[in-house]
Design a binder for this molecule. Structure first.
Ligand code: GRF
Length: 195
């Protein structure tokens, strides 16, 4: 493992299912001079995930899984995480729920980004629901993954105002930019405080 200022650089795997803007921002962060992370494996359940292009462009190994058989898919995940000596897993729009088998093995070492001010609005369609409920604010949260959905210790959160003219699409677009900034910051905070 490489070392940085006497501290170990961590091998990171990012799990995605789609567009991959959060993967992109984590890759950019990993390239910064003092970054303590090496992204060495991207995993997806979707062979058409646009985000794979960021792995390809940056020469990062990737793994495409057939999730029809979840048990087999997760065995492959575990095998490859071990092979690549992964210390930290970042979920970035990964649309599958990890089973306890993986969560327990990497306890406290799996992070996720969720587009709401957790503990509010766990699950899917967060923007639709916050607008319907006439919320004044929404935001995004990076948290440690535990075996409950969108639960686990918060690392960082960013809040944005919801305007009257906002719809699901405009809100998602504005929040995504905030998410892309928050994720690397949260990884840094996690590394500085927990590892
Ligand atoms: C983000 O909104 C994230 O909060 C959610 O899934 C989306 C992924 O976006 N979990 P991207 O693929 O990183 O662009």
């Amino acid at each position: 493992m490489e070392k940085l200022n006497g501290k170990k650089k961590l091998n990171v795997s990012v799990l995605i299912s789609g567009r991959g803007t959060n993967l992109k921002s984590l890759i950019n962060f990993s390239k910064k001079k003092n970054s303590r992370i090496n992204i060495c494996l991207v995993i997806t359940n979707n062979k058409n995930a646009k985000g794979l292009n960021f792995a390809i462009k940056n020469n990062i190994k990737y793994l495409i899984l057939n999730y029809k058989n979840k048990k087999k898919a997760e065995s492959k995940i575990l095998f490859n995480l071990k092979r690549k000596k992964i210390n930290l897993i970042c979920l970035a729009g990964f649309m599958k729920i990890l089973s306890k088998r993986i969560i327990n093995k990497y306890k406290g070492r799996i992070l996720n980004i969720h587009p709401s001010l957790l503990p509010k609005y766990k699950g899917l369609n967060t923007h639709e629901r916050v607008i319907k409920n006439k919320e004044k604010y929404t935001g995004c949260t990076v948290h440690i993954v535990n075996s409950k959905l969108d639960d686990g210790k918060k690392i960082l959160q960013s809040k944005i105002r919801i305007y009257k003219k906002d719809n699901e699409k405009s809100l998602a677009k504005r929040l995504l930019k905030v998410e892309n900034k928050l994720y690397p910051k949260a990884v840094k905070k996690f590394l500085d405080t927990s590892l």
